[in-house]
Ligand binder design. Structure first.
Ligand code: FUD
Length: 287
């Protein structure tokens, strides 16, 4: 059975100790194996406290983030690129200190809408920074999350993520697929999974509107059958956003303007049952 995860934005928008302890506890109560923490604003986090809470709950942790535009490693400007390299290195360190072994997201660019395509120089900067980061990341796998065109101009399809990984040419870099983004950019939900095969290292399940699983237009049975077909054993993390839980920078970058749910606990329990059902059905090849 794949480890099942839940993104912290189902519970809290901030990373200060008390809310984070609550998020860890509620993830455990809802039956998850892992919590994914967004490192967009890690200043308020107490690493030792969080690590203790994770250990007490018996939960694994994964970390994720995207970069800010003033720290965009796909920029042409060396100082901007340098700030991004520092942010990424700090995030890898934080992931390790928290006891995590996975750091993913839009690590290759800013997370937000670009007004123009990436330049050749910008992409080369991104490759160079990620190559250095991978060399230093010892024990922490880097996941390049494929996001839609309104959140990056560097990686919008699984094919582009694989090409970027080839150009980086280092071990420990995997593709991170997310059904919400795939639904916008890919031709279907199975082919990219097969294309990635053993290079798929992390999965986000999210609905077409980022609310309750099964209440949108995503063809989850097709996606889960593809995961079963490639023998994917990695984490599957539920991700959902609502204006009920806000992390100001991240929520604004992702255009979370609507209230799709209020009760994170109900949402999370439902998601866990939904994913378990899909995994079981795909394995038994019932559909
Ligand atoms: C963004 C997204 C997220 C994001 C992560 C950062 O649209 O899908 O996975 O990268 O939440 O913590």
């Amino acid at each position: 059975m794949n480890p099942l995860g839940v993104h912290s934005l189902v519970w809290v928008g901030e990373l200060s100790p008390e809310p984070l302890r609550g998020a860890v506890e509620r993830s455990r109560e809802a039956g998850f194996d892992l919590i994914e923490l967004s490192l967009h604003d890690p200043g308020a986090m107490d690493v030792a406290d969080t690590r203790a809470a994770l250990a007490a709950a018996g939960l694994d942790v994964a970390c994720s983030r995207g970069l800010d535009f003033d720290a965009d490693i796909s920029s042409d400007d060396p100082r901007t690129v340098g700030r991004g390299a520092v942010q990424l290195a700090e995030s890898v360190r934080l992931t390790r200190e928290l006891g995590g072994r996975y750091f993913g997201g839009a690590l290759y660019s800013a997370l937000g809408k670009y007004p123009r395509p990436v330049t050749a120089r910008g992409r080369a900067n991104c490759v160079a920074v990620l190559r250095d980061l991978a060399a230093e990341a010892a024990g922490v796998t880097l996941g390049l999350e494929v996001v839609n065109r309104y959140e990056s101009n560097v990686v919008n399809t699984a094919r582009q993520a694989l090409d970027l990984i080839d150009d980086i040419g280092a071990d420990g870099v995997v593709v991170h697929l997310d059904t919400y983004h795939m639904n916008i950019e890919e031709g279907d939900l199975a082919r990219p999974v097969h294309e990635c095969a053993e290079r798929l290292g992390y999965v986000h399940v999210g609905e077409s509107h980022r609310g309750y699983l099964g209440s949108g237009t995503i063809d989850f049975p097709r996606f889960f059958r593809a995961l079963a077909a490639i023998g994917y054993q990695g984490p599957i993390t539920f991700e959902s956003f609502s204006s009920a839980v806000v992390a100001e920078g991240l929520s604004n970058n992702l255009a979370i303007w609507r209230n799709l749910w209020d009760d994170g606990a109900d949402l999370a329990r439902h998601a866990r049952a939904f994913v378990t059902e899909q995994l079981t059905a795909a394995r038994m090849n019932r559909r």
